[in-house]
Ligand binder design. Structure first.
Ligand code: GTQ
Length: 368
């Protein structure tokens, strides 16, 4: 890719150079100027596309898997989301993976661990649970739970529960790109529960309170493993009453590690944002890929100039550096978006950048 710009590679092909490139190739080498403009783009050039997955369309397909395959054979019964611009990479957007896991009452997925970090957002069901390093948690719709890098985890649904669908989010594709992934199967099929039910939420999920004294939390992830929907929504509503929020994100809060105030895990983070009835945000863009799930209400987002209308449990993605803005379509009900992202990785690596759209009242032009 030649560019007629000073400081950029602009070398025309000649038969002599072609022969030279072939000789370099035979020595497992190449001339930088043949690829320099592509591998040093002026700005991020994601091949991921904005995309929305309608829950109404996905749900029957996900439920169909219940009769087609068992979790014993599948390991985990998950229908994963594939970005149309990234076929064959298993990516939902960027290097983020996401899928919809389904289990019926009495089923479980075997205990395992990996170097990638995972998180889950519960979409529907009853009686689901997950066990993380011996901490058992019950999970209901809207709950958010993390299974950080290296922790043992197994999941299931109690026999008197209801079929459960939850969204998984993992950083495994990024970890694989970095050639740093490991996987292990637990010696027992399921972990014993070594602590009182929901103990981490009871101990670390309080109103700005942390255990005094004792052994300080030193692990590189949040000691609070489950963030309950009830408290989350209540906090959002209270915050929305006390602040105008951000012009780009509405009233947005980060799920944090209460011991540090930082993201829940080193590589993956998650946010929850409330758009008041009728609220419409302005456009901004930043590095980092985002997967959004509508947790309540309905509305639309404009991503890279195209409008996506969403309602409960619809999932949509914003690739890195894509302009995006959100709107609550209702004049009466608030709308809530859950999202997870690789923003902690971007920040940790010093790669986070952000820009606001200053034209057109901060709104994108719709591209048809
Ligand atoms: O339960 O950690 O959707 O390892 C894909 C891979 C979930 C999990 C997925 C996984 C998990």
């Amino acid at each position: 890719m030649r560019e007629d710009v000073i400081g950029r590679a602009n070398v025309e092909d000649t038969p002599e150079l072609d022969r030279y490139y072939e000789a370099l190739g035979r020595q497992e080498s190449y001339a930088l100027w043949t690829v320099a403009n592509s591998i040093e783009p002026w700005h991020p050039q994601p091949t991921s596309l904005p995309q929305m997955w309608s829950y109404k369309a996905m749900r029957p397909l996900v439920l169909q898997a219940l009769d087609l395959v068992s979790p014993e054979k599948a390991g985990r019964r998950v229908i994963a989301l594939e970005n149309p611009g990234r076929k064959g990479t298993s990516a939902c957007v960027g290097w983020l993976y996401s899928g919809l896991q389904v289990m019926k009452p009495g089923e479980f997925a075997m205990a395992h661990s990996h170097a990638s970090s995972a998180l889950r957002f519960i979409m529907e069901g009853q009686g689901a649970y997950t066990v993380v390093d011996g901490h058992r948690m019950d999970l209901g719709a809207g709950d958010f739970v993390i299974t950080p890098n290296g922790t043992w985890h197994d999941h299931g649904v109690e026999s008197d529960g209801a079929t459960t669908i939850w969204q998984d989010g993992l950083d495994m594709l990024l970890v694989n790109q970095l050639d740093a992934n490991f996987y292990a199967v637990h010696p027992d099929r399921v972990q014993k529960s070594n602590y009182p039910l929901n103990d981490t939420a009871q101990i670390y999920g309080g109103a700005g309170l942390l255990p005094a004294g004792g052994e300080a939390w030193s692990k590189p992830y949040s000691p609070l493993l489950k963030y309950e929907w009830g408290r989350t929504y209540e906090t959002l509503v209270k915050a929305a009453a006390a602040t105008n929020g951000s012009p780009y994100d509405g009233t947005m809060m980060q799920y944090v590690n209460p011991a540090t105030g930082g993201p829940v895990m080193k590589t993956l983070g998650a946010h929850i944002q409330l758009l008041r009835a009728g609220e419409r945000t302005q456009a901004h863009r930043h590095t980092g890929s985002i997967v959004y799930t509508c947790a309540k209400g309905s509305g639309y987002s404009i991503i890279a100039g195209k409008r996506y209308d969403w309602s409960k449990n619809d999932i949509f993605v914003v690739p890195s550096w894509a302009w995006h803005e959100h709107a609550n379509g209702s004049e009466r009900e608030d709308a809530v978006l859950f999202s997870f992202s690789d923003l902690p990785s971007m920040v940790a690596l010093g790669l986070y950048r952000e820009e606001n759209l200053n034209d057109n009242d901060g709104h994108q032009k719709i591209v048809h």
